[in-house]
Design a protein around this ligand. Structure first.
Ligand code: FES
Ligand code: FES
Length: 152
């Protein structure tokens, strides 16, 4: 089925079965490999993208349901909040192997857009669907606080 997607502000035509996961379209058809495949079961958050600003799991989002929405991936988030998050990630040396980190960043950006000054509990609640096998959770939390401070 032919579909027109809005990805990172660009209109992109794709031809895919309507129930194909958006993640497959991004990675396999469009070569946008910044969004990772982890569990494929909405359990790990590695595949997190934004649909109309909300974090979703691309591995469990049929491409058809993202038609008409603004899709944002790690390659395309460049606003003030995303820039601050990236800077804090670098400053505090957050990633270890890095595999989960684009998903972590997508969730962290969505959190700070909603809540510019999150508490530890707010961070834990917003980030609980993003797993990190290297256990960088403490640094992620510190980097979100650092980014919030730099934006204040
Ligand atoms: S790959 Fe989508 S949540 Fe794990
Ligand atoms: S940094 Fe390795 S999985 Fe998170």
């Amino acid at each position: 089925m032919q579909m027109q997607l809005d990805i990172n502000g660009r209109k992109i035509a794709v031809d895919a079965p309507p129930d194909m996961p958006l993640l497959w379209v991004l990675r396999d058809q469009l070569g946008m490999t910044g969004t990772k495949f982890g569990c494929g079961m909405a359990q790990c958050g590695a595949c997190t993208v934004h649909l109309d600003g909300q974090p979703v799991r691309a591995c469990q989002t049929p491409v058809e349901t993202s038609v008409g929405a603004k899709i944002a991936t790690i390659e395309g988030i460049t606003d003030k909040i995303a820039t601050a998050i990236r800077a804090s990630w670098v400053k505090l040396d957050v990633p270890q192997c890095g595999y989960c980190q684009s998903g972590q960043i997508m969730s962290a950006v969505a959190l700070l857009r909603e809540n510019p000054k999150p508490s530890d509990d707010d961070i834990d609640a917003a980030m609980q669907g993003n797993l990190c096998r290297c256990a960088t959770y403490q640094r992620i939390r510190a980097a979100i606080h650092d980014a919030a401070k730099s934006l204040a």
